[in-house]
Design a protein. Structure first.
Length: 307
């Protein structure tokens, strides 16, 4: 249980007006790893302002992703918290994108011999514990909480939801992930959910949750050095846009096979490639205006290709 001094520090970090970056640790394990919370609070935000958690991509640039969301924060009075999982403490795709569930990313090659890490050491549980502490500190009360991730952050976000299926968020959106953990209980993680806490009950809750997949129709590069190219990823399609379509189609088929409703939304975003700034603006517009930006707005957003 976090002590009051720790909760007060978190409360102070989130309630300060302006841009800030603070070291933060909520690990239950001795010597546990920390993250950096990149925060932004406009002066007109209140105790009832929505909070948006934003997960960065492969560049581990939570400060940039906080800044990508600042225009929406100013417009709508949002509070932004963008955790940074540094390469120094959370190296490679295993510990960030894939949640640090397994000791190696190559589950295919090692079959069932890959050791699992304790849940207290997962990067996904760092975020769920952060949410718990935002509640315990009094920062998060009745206002809505959102979760967005782009690129590697999109991998992080949809896998967190798939593995843990928390019911905390008013909205969750994954933009342009490099590949996906399919909602199939028989495929080993990270291609599927075998070997994780997911089960038939959590899968039903996952399908019933309004998960949003944002797929730029120009995110079609096949030679991007950061595009996952392991066999499991290639089975999902040649590029990120194709893999998003495959993910949604797989979920529709699996939900139908199980006789379950599917509340997910797939939005093809016209003209947008692998651009974290643009996709952040698209997501903010969808959540807080209720629809995607129009063609003229998308044209203005296109072309930055910022992961």
């Amino acid at each position: 249980m976090p002590n009051e001094l720790h909760l007060q520090s978190l409360r102070d970090a989130v309630q300060r007006v302006g841009c800030h970056a603070v070291d933060y640790s909520n690990s239950p394990l001795p010597g546990g790893r920390s993250i950096t919370l990149n925060t932004y609070r406009p002066a007109h935000a209140t105790d009832h302002s929505p909070i948006v958690l934003v997960q960065h991509g492969v560049m581990r640039n939570g400060d940039d992703y906080r800044d990508f969301w600042m225009p929406a924060a100013d417009e709508h009075g949002l509070v932004i918290i963008a955790p940074t999982f540094s390469n120094a403490q959370w190296p490679d795709v295993v510990s960030y994108n894939n949640g640090n569930l397994l000791a190696t990313a190559d589950r295919e090659a090692h079959a069932d011999t890959v050791p699992a890490n304790p849940p207290g050491d997962w990067s996904y549980t760092v975020v769920t514990r952060l949410v718990d502490e935002l509640k315990a500190s009094g920062v998060l009360t009745t206002q809505p909480l959102y979760l967005f991730g782009h690129s590697a952050g999109g991998q992080f976000v949809h896998r967190l939801m798939s593995v843990l299926t928390p019911g905390t968020f008013a909205g969750v959106a994954a933009g342009n992930p490099g590949w996906y953990t399919l909602p199939l209980l028989e495929l080993p993680f990270p291609e599927g959910l075998a070997g994780t806490p997911a089960d038939t009950g959590s899968l039903a809750r996952l399908f019933a949750y309004p998960l949003t997949i944002l797929a730029g129709d120009q995110d079609i590069a096949t030679a991007d050095v950061h595009l996952p190219s392991e066999p499991a990823a290639l089975r999902q399609g040649p590029h990120r846009y194709a893999r998003a379509l495959n993910y949604y189609a797989t979920a529709r088929a699996e939900a139908a096979r199980r006789g379950l409703p599917l509340a997910w939304q797939l939005h093809t975003v016209a003209g947008i490639g692998h651009d974290g700034k643009a996709m952040s603006a698209v997501c903010a517009h969808l959540w807080f205006h209720g629809h995607l930006p129009d063609a003229a707005q998308l044209a203005r957003l296109a072309g930055e290709h910022t992961a």
